[in-house]
Write a protein that binds this ligand. Sequence first.
Ligand SMILES: CC(=O)[C@@H](O)[C@H](O)COP(=O)(O)O
Ligand SMILES: NCC(=O)COP(=O)(O)O
Length: 248
Amino acid sequence: MTEANRILLGVNIDHVATLRQARGTRYPDPVKAALDAEEAGADGITVHLREDRRHIQDRDVRVLADVLQTRMNFEMGVTDFMLGFAEQIRPAHVCLVPETRQELTTEGGLDVAGQEARIAAAVERLTMAGCEVSLFIDAEERQIEAAMRVGAPVIELHTGRYADAHTAEEAAHELSRIRDGVICGLNHGLIVNAGHGLHYHNAEAVAAIPGINELNIGHAIVAHALFVGFKQAVAEMKALIVAAAYRG
Ligand SMILES: CC(=O)[C@@H](O)[C@H](O)COP(=O)(O)O
Ligand SMILES: NCC(=O)COP(=O)(O)O
């Protein structure tokens, strides 16, 4: 395998915490899931500390920061509280995401082009704290160019529209938008990740896009883990995307 067809898997453990929060129990523990994921080949662990704390809690992030062997990708909305929290924790990666309280899940990409000064200030604060900042955006040229202007070295392209496509034509169209986004990001010197809604039947096509650096996948892995165990679920996803990237 060469640098050109290497792909990384970031495992999002939010929905292990969703199950715990549903009953207010101490289990299942997302920290245990993170450690199992690392043993099974995860290259990093993603957590989204939502403003409404529906899944991951502040303590989870603090404990993970102490115990992870790989690296944390900390997803957060652009708020003063979250910026201060990230400055304390100093995760290796911070991914800025849009957030509304009522949404079922993250619905679209961050509008970087529409709020460049605000995002640039956040990127600068986080960079000063030693975090590599990525922006979770739609695969649109104007958002990718804005990401570059605000100084973020990394973008994560939102694959939700591809994942939610109802027909093969729609999926092909959304996939080609992601492919164009990857090319555009690389041409602007950015590291390009992707994620959201990817599962065992749709991730390969995204992994096969040349130049993509990392896929962040959570819900599908946690769901599959119910039947095969967490390590096996992670190992299967890792094998699937690595093989797809290798085939190209
Ligand atoms: C930003 C993103 O795409 C994911 O982290 C997603 O937010 C997972 O958590 P939710 O299901 O709470 O949206
Ligand atoms: N940023 C996307 C992510 O971390 C995982 O999203 P999902 O696989 O839970 O939809």
